[in-house]
Design a protein around this ligand. Structure first.
Ligand code: B4P
Length: 232
């Protein structure tokens, strides 16, 4: 059912050669593993609006061969298709407000179910509330897998606002074109999304990476965190 990806889960603990395979099996069993399905790497890319989640997701897909699930992109495609869901979501998104949990959880589950044979997922812009994080854990457990690690991009407030206003000049996204609206999104992030970091930190699945500077350098910082978790 799941595709092979042995390099995510090396049988030799910490890269050391075991004396014999039986020993290696015991050592592997005794080690705490941050994920349950041996063939999947499931990442949550986290950060405030404009932190670089979408930008870095593209690089991570290439490096790790993962399926990208961006709730922002899924909602924008519903808007583009003119569905009822899209029309309702547009009103909230254009006002800088989060879409209801049940809507995004349903969309994500459809994507997960349809792509279980892959190497894993990058969740970009999801979960954005603790309720979404709990639902994601339950959903993945149902399919025999779990979140490997959340990587949070740290970016200061002024840089976020500058990046989004710059993107707003060409993206056509109404939520990027007005500073008051961007501030509203940052407040939504602070009030509803920031607590999601503590949810993952509480279960030992949280890593932080500086998100200001060259995109390639930030990408390498993210990969170092992921590779360190995979090497455990
Ligand atoms: P998203 O589409 O997730 O929007 P975002 O947070 O603004 O995008 P992102 O963070 O990916 O952008 P990036 O930094 O890559 O959500 C939009 C709306 O949808 C939300 O406000 C909400 O209403 C709704 N929504 C989505 N998911 C939801 C959920 N789970 N629950 C409820 N509602 C949900 O890029 C920003 C800019 O910075 C780009 O122009 C990029 O080129 C630039 N940039 C990135 N890294 C840079 C760097 N290192 N240096 C310079 N520029 C950089």
């Amino acid at each position: 059912m799941y595709g092979p990806a042995p390099y995510f889960y090396p049988p030799i603990a910490h890269g050391r050669k075991p004396r014999h395979w039986a020993h290696a099996r015991v050592a592997t069993c005794l080690q705490p593993r941050p994920f349950t399905h041996p063939h999947m790497l499931n990442l949550v890319l986290f950060g405030p609006p404009g932190a670089g989640k979408g930008t870095q997701s593209q690089n991570l897909i290439d490096r790790y061969g993962l399926r990208h699930i961006s709730t922002g992109d899924l909602l924008r495609s519903e808007i583009a298709e003119g569905t009822t869901l899209g029309q309702e979501a547009k009103k909230l998104m254009d006002a800088g407000i989060l879409v209801p949990d049940a809507v995004v959880i349903g969309m994500v589950e459809n994507q997960v179910k349809a792509n279980l044979s892959g190497r894993g997922f990058i969740f970009d812009g999801f979960p954005r509330t603790v309720a979404q994080a709990e639902a994601l854990d339950e959903m993945l457990a149902k399919y025999g897998t779990s979140i490997t690690v959340m990587v949070a991009l740290q970016v200061d407030h002024d840089t976020l606002v500058q990046r989004l206003l710059l993107r707003g000049q060409t993206s056509g996204r109404p939520d990027d074109q007005n500073q008051d609206l961007i501030e509203r999104r940052v407040v939504e992030y602070r009030d509803k999304t920031a607590p999601v970091a503590a949810f993952y930190a509480g279960t030992g699945r949280f890593q932080e990476v500086p998100g200001v500077g060259e995109i390639s350098a930030i990408f390498e910082g993210i990969c170092q965190k992921i590779d360190a978790v995979l090497a455990q």
